[in-house]
Design a binder for this molecule. Sequence first.
Ligand SMILES: [Cu+2]
Length: 652
Amino acid sequence: MKKLILGGGILALSSLFLFGCPKKEQVQSGAGAEDAARKVYVPPGQYDEFYAFVSGGFSGQLTVYGLPSGRLLKIIPVFSQFPENGYGYSEETKPMLMTSWGFVPWDDSHHPELSQTNGAPDGRWVFINANNTPRIARISLDTFETEEIIEIPNSGGNHASSFTTENTEYITASTRFSVPISQKDVSIASYAENFKGTISFIKVDPKEGHMSLAFQLLVPGYNYDLAHCGKGPSHDWCFFTSYNTEQAHTLLEINASKNDKDYIAAVNWKKLEQCVAEGKGKDFPAEYYHNIYDHTKHMAKSEVLKSVKMLTPQDCPGSIYYLPTPKSPHGVDVDPTGEYIIGGGKLATVLPIHSFSKMLKAIENKQFEKEVDGIPVIKYEAVNYCEVPKPCLGPLHTEFDGKGYAYTSCFVSSEVIKTDYKACKVVDRIPVYYSIGHLMIPGGDSAKPWGKYLLAMNKITKDRYLPTGPELNQSAQLIDISGDKMKMLLDFPTIGEPHYAQGIAADLVKNRSLKIYDLKTNAHPEAVKSEADAKVVRKGPNEVHVYLTMIRSHFTPDNIEGVKVGDKVYFHITNLEQDWDIPHGFAILGNNNAELLVKPGQTQTLVWEPKKPGVYPFYCTDFCSALHQEMQGYVRVSPAGTNPEIKYSTGK
Ligand SMILES: [Cu+2]
């Protein structure tokens, strides 16, 4: 398993032996295996009980699994181009990947978050952050497609994202890598003086889900890691972990591990909202893209925004406090009642639990140990409810079952611990294989968890699966948490590194799933809604537009002449089908992008620039009928400098 190299001798080697690495064992054999198999078996023709939305990590995408079976249902392209369906290659979807840095075809997606109503997942949308080029995406659970991406300006790495407030009023973002804000050419050694972080609140329109960057809070230059917002009594607050309060800018593995405690930032978003309404936010320069996909026009549009409301802690007293929290905390997780806040403490030997009501009292009584850049630091004893003793090594992230128990992942000792958090004691533990990062209980970060299954997301899988060369899969493990003792049920590999996931009862999503796009309401400007309207038009000396239709099992037109080398050919392709599950694909010999997968009723555009004279076949890539192999056509390309006549036909 992965070794944790410790700079400051924080964890004695002896304690590593004390807890030990879980031995590779056959956890399930005999009667236990049969019991586990029964619990994850979904008979052919039946549905899973839960959807799990798992981050695709460095794939940049979001993956959808069924639970308890662990069956992969879909990869939803979000931040990375996806040749499988043409996302990021078609003219209509390219704007989704536009940023102030230009067209960015990849990212590192981390934390999916379901929209919530009254603190419970509602099945409308799932949000996910891009860590590298700071962005947040919104995916519709009607279409399972990415509908919107907003860039987060004034941020160097968007890690503490995308977490929701109780009614999806806001989605959060915060800076992992502090940088000069605004960016400027300064010495890296001037970190403490020049580098800052921001905490951003992205407003979500309750009807359409459209996002807008409402305000940013300029905060000290630490590394902001994860977040969760409050619920019930803590509704107005969001909590962000930070590490590197040492403000190191080199060799962070040693230099950012010196302080015994770092901070959880408690941020009152209601207060910030009020300060902005009172005109206390300043217009701060920014350049960021906002890309929206319109499901009627079947295309995305980008707008570029140039300013953001920026606040400092001094502008809005009472909007932010620091809660000291042991040793480079990772997760910060609020229990279903909104009272208990569990910090991760990835280098800590205890599991700290803070109390929201104690926090409010401490603020009222000004129980502060100091101020940092105008931010009061609450005394640890004044906010801490308890420290769970001897939890495990490397506690990272906690979710809840709604029955009074918390489940925490422990990276170093590769286990999940179950804690009676009000009683402040560990009541059960189970090894995981190996080096778990996050874990997920469907609804487990909400006010209403479905406390039946837990998904462990593991970084290392040596000896778990058949070897596949130097790179092995990451993996998920499903654990039954319905009884007193946790039981391991299932291993399954994931796509990319699974940082975090969200789960929801399938009933809340499956009935909203769209089956087709209505051809009648297709408002794409280049759509053709019948074969009679299909055509080929030359629009300039070097520009040809092909208005193509698809229906089982032919293209109209399927014989095209009049194109020459040097032309830019736009294939505007409309799928005339109005039946569920009948997309048609399109690809043409030598095209330099990807295929298009056009859903029923949809129009998409592929650009093609033929380089040589000849006759080019195109065909349908998605097996659509018994005569799918016959679904093909030809484009004749004449030499550059000629003037071929445009001709097109089908069936002649
Ligand atoms: Cu087809």
